[in-house]
Design a protein around this ligand. Structure first.
Ligand SMILES: [Zn+2]
Length: 464
């Protein structure tokens, strides 16, 4: 499996540092709001990456942090008039619900920053002891960029323009103003009752140190792979490298991968343009998590993704084609013992599917292989040249594809209570031989979109 490494700007073979297990750190959400579809684009890129790593036979340990203390979360809690942890809990819960909706495979660890402040303090102590950090007049602790000559290696910065001694307290800043950044922000009034006591005084950690401390705790001082969106490269990931390598003296991460932006109808997503969408906004317009997943993962992660409602409608018809094919395949495969081997066209598709993923997650190539296979498979079913055993083998191949794609399996149709009650009253009507009432209830169910199927286990409801 080859991946594009931001650090070297090369395609490289992914080889784990230790044994067969890939250790992956993915920067998670700042839980001050519902995550938007641009955020989810990155999380889906990481999901496809994680699933592909497993597809190619590696084990994985993935960590995704939750930033639950920073300027935005504190400001949000104060505005809402609730304690910080109560404020962030709402958005943590929503985040996990959204991941489930999008069928994102859970990471092994989701550490929250507020649970790891002692680890951050230890890391800052190390940096102070090694001369990489200093305390400013207001009590904050800063990383001294000039103490770390490799600074800028990830973002490929020209450090000639650095103004020594310049400092920023904000977590986000521009490349033009490379400056010493805050590891620890001394408490001030804006923080309200949020703060931790450190040997150098009360305050709270900066954003960057959160990730260095939690990544090191769960994955070690040196690990394989670190990802995020392109806007994380500078300063966030550059600063993570400086802090981690400054403290440990070891290489922090071997491979860095970054996914490009999402734009909406060709424009940057923003609230002021009215083209800003959370996952929930799209769901309330009647789109499913499965359709949204399809759109957000269908392009190449290093190309900017142009989101539009047409693309969601396109996903709906693409998924319909896939469902229809799988239904037909199921009919042909019925009764097969799964002993068959796949026909040549499916074998070829399987190889192309894998080759696409192995080529820096070229999902478009893999999807192309899938749809070519559907086309060939439909023709084989039409001409009755697909045996039942072969159909079973193609089903198994699709199931293997779906370990990465995560949208082929139809979500189980959950039957609402209203429909279940109607089904029950139809049964009662039939028991009392009230056929007119039984028919009336059946028609009512049909209007709700459900058909009754009589099975050996009794009547079941199926979506029309
Ligand atoms: Zn991070």
């Amino acid at each position: 499996m080859k991946i594009h490494n931001t650090l070297t700007q090369q395609l490289e073979e992914l080889i784990p540092l230790e044994g067969n297990r890939v250790r992956l750190y993915t920067c998670g959400p700042t839980v001050y709001n519902y995550a938007h579809i641009g955020n989810f684009r990155a999380y889906l890129f990481e999901d496809v990456l994680r699933r592909s790593i497993k597809y190619f036979g590696h084990d994985i340990i993935q960590v995704m942090n939750l930033t639950d203390v920073d300027d935005k979360t504190i400001a949000g809690a104060i505005k809402a008039g609730v304690p910080l942890d109560a404020f962030t809990r709402t958005f943590k819960t929503a985040f996990f619900e959204d991941l489930k909706t999008l069928n994102v495979e859970p990471a092994e660890h989701y550490p929250a920053a507020t649970d790891h402040v002692p680890e951050m303090i230890v890391l800052i102590q190390k940096l102070l002891a090694k001369g990489h950090a200093y305390q400013s007049e207001d009590g904050s602790i800063y990383f001294s960029v000039s103490s770390f000559p490799a600074y800028g290696k990830l973002a490929h910065l020209d450090m000639a323009g650095l103004r020594p001694g310049a400092r920023v307290q904000h977590d986000e800043y521009e490349k033009e103003n490379v400056a010493d950044f805050a590891l620890w922000k001394a408490w001030d009034e804006k923080d309200g009752d949020v703060g931790w006591d450190a040997p150098w005084g009360r305050g709270r950690p900066g954003w960057h140190i959160e990730c260095s401390a939690m990544a090191t705790k769960f994955l070690g001082e040196s690990f394989d792979l670190h990802t995020g969106g392109v806007d994380n490269i500078f300063p966030h990931h550059e600063d993570e490298i400086a802090q981690s390598e400054g403290a440990s003296g070891k290489p922090f991460v071997r491979y860095w991968m970054h996914c490009a932006h999402l734009v909406v109808d060709g424009r940057k997503m923003s609230k002021s343009l009215g083209n800003f969408y959370t996952l929930r906004d799209l769901m309330s317009r009647g789109y499913t998590g499965r359709e949204i997943r399809y759109v957000l993962m269908a392009g190449h992660y290093r190309q900017s993704l142009n989101f539009s409602f047409e693309s969601l409608d396109g996903a709906r018809s693409a998924l319909q084609r896939l469902d229809e094919f799988q239904d037909r395949l199921g009919q042909v495969a019925a009764g097969s013992r799964g002993e068959g081997s796949v026909p040549d066209w499916a074998d070829l598709a399987g190889k192309r599917f894998s080759a696409g993923l192995a080529d820096d997650l070229n999902v478009s190539e893999s999807l192309g292989a899938l749809f070519d296979m559907v086309h060939a498979g439909n023709r084989a079913i039409d001409s009755r040249t697909l045996s039942s055993a072969e159909a079973g083998a193609v089903q198994a191949l699709l199931a293997r594809f779906d370990t990465v794609l995560g949208f082929l399996a139809k979500p189980a149709d959950t039957v609402p209570a209203e429909a279940l009650n109607l089904l029950e009253s139809r049964q009662q009507a039939r028991l009392t031989k009230n056929w007119a009432e039984a028919d009336r209830v059946r028609n009512e169910l049909a209007l709700l979109g459900w058909v009754i199927q009589d099975t050996p286990q009794g009547p079941k409801l199926k979506r029309k």
